[in-house]
Design a binder for this molecule. Structure first.
Ligand code: ZN
Length: 461
């Protein structure tokens, strides 16, 4: 069996690993590269393999850096099956339809601008809605911990990765070899989701290492931190604006708010979820309550409550409803995307809310360099939004305890819980994180062969 690392090699996006058996080509994930738009587009526009020759795809989870090029794979001739979990399959539909629609809108917007300014570069959409719909028809869903054969002598088993709803670690068995792949791994004792389930045995293990050299802090304090921010802002009669990723993070915030309201730790002020995509995902989460952990069952599900829905939550749908929120004068909480404040409705809320010293902007996710979210975290006094200079008078707060990725100890414990591992390939990590995990693993397990593959590297196992 051969593995070629075509994406997420020494970086954190574009997850794509090609497995070659004697007569089949299987793709583990088909993620989109993200980052600087032009650079990412160059990496996304051509596959480093022929999509027509791929026999099947096995998908670990829905995040776009793992699933985002599936419609393009289909557009370019892939016609095999895509194996994944039910949760992932349900999330893919709104996620990738939204991606197709954003690409179309961008294309139309920049095409118009380019009529008057020929220096503006217009990028063709990578795929359209029709390709997403065609791709969705190829999905076969499978339960976790139930081995299934995808071809003769190629067997696959999914294990819970505890990262987002539906996320799986993957075990692929063929030619007497066992290959394990984390996809993305969540941390242990995380809220809502059950803990990751280790793959029982694997000779070769591909592990993510987003936080391969970091230990998460203060996990248990996140909800208390959230309560403090809400209470402080309420005492000033302001609003809390939370830029949030639509998938997983928004549902985590809703879950925490629901717990805080039930425990009367914060005043019952209105919560507006101003993101149609987050609303779609929240509905899907509500259909999967059985998948969530004991604590979620104890606090909500067993009492007949939905963790993500409560009396004072309103999901705004239309742009009109969204704009009306700017006129709302009383204390409230607004959750809106995008998570790094680069696009979406949150930019309007920031444009209107940042200049008011009663308000708080609460950052709950990673903010990449050169994003508006990063400028806020870095303490800039002024930012530019829609061409306007905005003076920042609102409080800017961050809570770092919300993370969908496990830390170094979670990653090492996951590998240690898998028996018979002889070699580990570290992917999905910036170089310092990958190197940190490698050094830590080497210290503890001297006989382990550990590599950090470069893009395009092939190894035989
Ligand atoms: Zn992920």
């Amino acid at each position: 069996m051969k593995i070629t690392f075509h994406g997420a090699a020494q970086k954190v996006t574009g997850s794509k690993h090609l497995i070659l058996t004697e007569d089949k080509k299987i793709l583990l994930d088909c993620g989109m590269h993200q980052g600087f738009w032009k650079e990412a587009y160059e990496l996304n526009k051509e596959f480093p393999f022929n999509p027509k020759e791929i026999d099947a795809v096995i998908l670990s989870h829905a995040h776009i850096d793992h699933s985002g090029l599936l419609p393009k794979l289909v557009k370019e001739g892939f016609s095999g099956k895509i194996y994944t979990s039910t949760g992932t399959a349900e999330l893919l539909e709104p996620l990738l339809l939204d991606s197709a629609s954003v690409q179309k809108e961008d294309f139309e917007y920049y095409s118009k601008l380019a009529i008057f300014d020929e220096t503006i570069e217009v990028l063709e959409p990578l795929y359209e809605e029709s390709h997403v719909r065609k791709m969705l028809k190829l999905i076969i869903t499978k339960k976790r911990e139930d081995a299934f054969e995808i071809f003769e002598d190629i067997k696959v088993t999914f294990f819970n990765a505890g990262h987002i709803l539906g996320s799986c670690q993957i075990l692929l068995e063929s030619e007497n070899k066992k290959l394990g792949f984390t996809g993305d791994l969540g941390s242990r004792n995380r809220k809502i989701l059950n803990d990751p389930v280790p793959i029982p045995n694997a000779d070769f293990f591909i592990t993510e290492a987003t936080y391969g050299n970091r230990l998460h802090e203060r996990k248990h304090l996140t909800r208390e931190d959230l309560a403090k921010v809400i209470n402080d802002t309420y005492s000033r009669r302001g609003r809390v604006i939370i830029p949030s990723f639509a998938l997983e993070r928004t549902q985590e915030i809703l879950y925490d708010l629901h717990r805080l309201y039930n425990q009367k730790k914060v005043p019952r002020i209105p919560v507006f979820v101003d993101s149609p995509l987050a609303t779609d995902f929240t509905k899907i989460f509500s259909n999967h309550l059985h998948e969530f952990d004991k604590e979620t069952h104890d606090f909500f599900v067993d009492k007949g409550q939905n963790p993500f829905t409560f009396r004072n939550v309103t999901h705004t749908k239309s742009v009109y409803e969204s704009k009306k929120l700017n006129k709302y004068q009383k204390p409230c909480i607004v959750i809106a995307g995008s998570g790094m404040c680069e696009a979406g409705r949150v930019k309007h809320h920031l444009r209107h809310g940042l200049e008011n010293k009663r308000n708080t902007v609460l950052i709950v996710g990673y903010q990449a360099e050169y994003t508006l979210g990063r400028e806020l975290v870095d303490g800039k006094k002024q930012v530019k939004i829609f061409g306007d200079i905005v003076n920042i008078k609102a409080s800017i707060e961050s809570i770092s305890g919300y993370s969908a990725h496990g830390d170094r100890d979670d990653l090492i414990a996951n590998i240690e819980s898998t028996n018979e591992v002889k070699s580990v390939a570290i992917v999905h990590a910036d170089p310092p994180q990958a190197t940190g995990l490698k050094e830590n693993l080497e210290q503890k397990h001297k006989d382990l062969n550990i590599l950090i593959p470069k893009p395009g590297d092939t190894i035989e196992i």
